[in-house]
Design a protein around this ligand. Structure first.
Ligand SMILES: [Zn+2]
Length: 326
């Protein structure tokens, strides 16, 4: 490895135009050192997920004076439209077909408004050797890194990132993905999968707490990306110590609301708890008539890794996530 002082460059990458003619663009930071791999890191595909950009600001301070082998390409605000609207999804006014930025990778230059934006960002991903996608979840979520179970390179990156929980997805990559039913619709268009299909091992880090900047989550993001860079020998030196890691498998049916109403989680239940199949998790009530509309039960035995404490739910909406212990 050839560790040279970083040359930092920042640029705007134009992805498209608003109806008014203004540019839709993202800011791209490029930290280039000696010979070595290129690592792509992005944050805020979803506009309320703020710990990723906050982590990349701190990472900038660490990288800008570093000696590295290779190149780090960082996009702190991947979806500026949703970010400016302080919205998880992109407002329908811009793209009635695709509101979720993370369901349309690798984009389509002849597709919808957002698909075209993504298509203009995609070359940065495709020319990389590894990719990290920074997200955040609900306050009630075990911080985790998600990777495809069949992808050993991605698993190594996930382990290096260093969260306590590793979540293995059953999604298929590479040759396994060829065929009608190989990739579940639920997963199609996700950044991590599109990258894997292009031969770029990728992980999704789910840091805690959307909507706020939470220092512990930001620190996890900084440590995680630095650990990945050390794992890939982009940075020299030992990786920060990581906790004992628990591997979970995301292979259970989703727990969705069958009824629309006001959901309340069982009061003695929290993330990290183990539940058995069919166990009561909470209930959906009619907020006006007070009627109990539905008892929500566990779809399988496993660990509760993400849950809404309570809130408005609509029919078909996921309310609780369970992973199994392999
Ligand atoms: Zn997200």
């Amino acid at each position: 490895m050839d560790y040279d002082p970083v040359r930092h460059a920042v640029s705007d990458r134009q992805l498209g135009h608003f109806p008014s003619g203004r540019d839709v663009s993202v800011t791209v930071h490029r930290y280039a050192g000696g010979d070595g791999p290129t690592v792509f890191v992005q944050a805020a595909q979803h506009g309320i997920e703020l710990n990723g950009p906050a982590a990349l600001r701190r990472l900038h301070d660490r990288l800008v004076d570093a000696e590295i082998a290779g190149t780090v390409v960082a996009v702190p605000v991947t979806n500026p439209i949703a970010f400016d609207h302080r919205s998880y999804l992109t407002p329908e006014a811009y793209d009635a077909f695709h509101s979720n930025f993370n369901r349309i990778w690798p984009g389509d230059s002849n597709g919808s408004f957002q698909e075209r934006l993504v298509a203009n960002l995609w070359p940065l991903v495709e020319e990389s050797d590894a990719a990290v996608d920074l997200h955040t979840g609900m306050p009630e979520m075990l911080e985790h890194v998600r990777f495809s179970r069949a992808d050993d390179d991605a698993r190594a990156l996930a382990e290096a990132f260093g969260t306590e929980v590793l979540l293995a997805d059953d999604d298929a990559v590479g040759d396994d993905a060829v065929g009608d039913d190989a990739v579940d619709d639920e997963f199609s268009g996700k950044f991590r999968l599109a990258a894997a299909q292009a031969g770029v091992p990728a992980i999704t880090a789910e840091l805690s707490n959307s909507r706020t900047v939470t220092r512990s989550a930001v620190q996890s993001g900084v440590d995680g990306v630095l650990n990945v860079l050390r794992r890939l020998d982009v940075l020299d030196g030992p990786r920060a110590s990581t906790p004992d890691q628990q591997l979970l498998r995301d292979d259970t049916p989703r727990v969705v609301a069958e009824e629309s109403g006001l959901f309340e989680l069982r009061s003695d239940l929290g993330v990290g708890d183990e539940v058995s199949a069919g166990e009561e998790l909470g209930a959906v009530f009619d907020p006006a008539s007070f009627e109990r509309l539905e008892t929500v039960t566990a779809s399988a035995a496993g660990v509760l890794y993400s849950a809404s404490r309570g809130g408005v739910v609509v029919t078909g909406e996921r309310i609780v996530s369970i992973a199994t212990v392999p």
